[in-house]
Design a protein around this ligand. Sequence first.
Ligand SMILES: Cc1ncc(COP(=O)(O)O)c(C=O)c1O
Length: 411
Amino acid sequence: MMNTKEFAKTLGVALIHSETDANIDLAPYADLAPENVAFVERFHKSIPFYRPTPLVSLENLSKQLGVGGIYVKNESKRFEEFGLNAFKGMGGIFAVGQVICRQLGLDPETTTYEMLNTPEIREKTKDMVFITTTDGNHGRGVAWAAHQYGCKSYVYMPKGSAQSRVEAIKRVGAEDCIVTEMNYDDTVKLTAKLAAENGWHLVQDTAWEGYEEIPQLIVQGYTTLGHEAVEQMEAIGAGEPTHVFLQAGVGSLAGSLIGYYAHLLKNRPRFIIVEPTMVACFYNSAKIADGAPHGVESAENTIMAGLNCGEPSIGVWPVIRDLATDYIACDDDLTEDGMRLYANPTAGDEAIVSGESAAVGLGLVNRIMSKPELEDIRKAMGFDEHSRILLISTEGATDPVGYERVVGVKA
Ligand SMILES: Cc1ncc(COP(=O)(O)O)c(C=O)c1O
């Protein structure tokens, strides 16, 4: 990031705007180049129950707000028949498949889903155990994926996790889902220790020194979702996005789409990282601007549970640092606005069930475009009637009680 400028918090929104180098060498992110992730998409497409999730155009809202278009990838429909309700299964099914390939010495680039599910292979993998820590969606994705391959999984959750999320993880096939008395980071340490002691496979979506390979597989696993979105925009004549909102927890989703789109798109869009104010670690890192990632400590909470991560993943930090143009830290009411707006859209637009960690982008677009007080932010981000905004609604009502509290009706 270069020449950053901070816009102090106004109406719940703080922004750091940074100039990025248009001619930057993308070689360090080559593992997200289309030619190097083509095998990821091939793998996803070999899954008999794989289908792209819908892309919804909020045409009437975009007219009302004075932008060219708002396009929403509805990830609550991902592998819908399994009730996953979030995008995370894309990373889980790919990464677990890759771990199995490595374990059995199969070619990771050419092995298909069906090749991993023959009776002979399942006989060999039935005792493989996967373990992970999660605040919800990632663990559900890993447990589901392990179950699809006939393997076992244990999922650990930090203190205070919603019971509905525990049940949802058990429903998709985890052997057990255990809520600890520890915070997220200490729970990760526990699962890493259990994996090492028992010869189990740790599948985390965040990387740290010495644990980088599997998180990067998950990052690669999300690129298929990114490809779907641009193909769908193209198919409806919307062209390429000019603005991509990416809500970040550890940043794996954001890093994936930024690295992939930087290679793929003819004109690089603005990449906007969005975080809850209380755990805005990418925002904090952009503010310090010394090139290194800086976590934040916070005892407080946010309703955006999937974004409640205080440490950037070191695997995606460089690509985000070098290519993200804007960092937003915002309060919970922004995502509450977004959830209600998705549920009760402008007349003529399609309604979407969007959860706490999914809806924040829409809440932001709505507030930034409609409030005179936010004109400076609007200008800095280059919004006008030609803007084509891509939002990823990453989950549905994964916490049904929370959803009803905010939206006023059951999902
Ligand atoms: C619904 C939802 N959206 C977004 C994210 C953020 O993804 P990442 O942690 O890769 O930044 C998460 C992570 O758990 C999530 O569950």
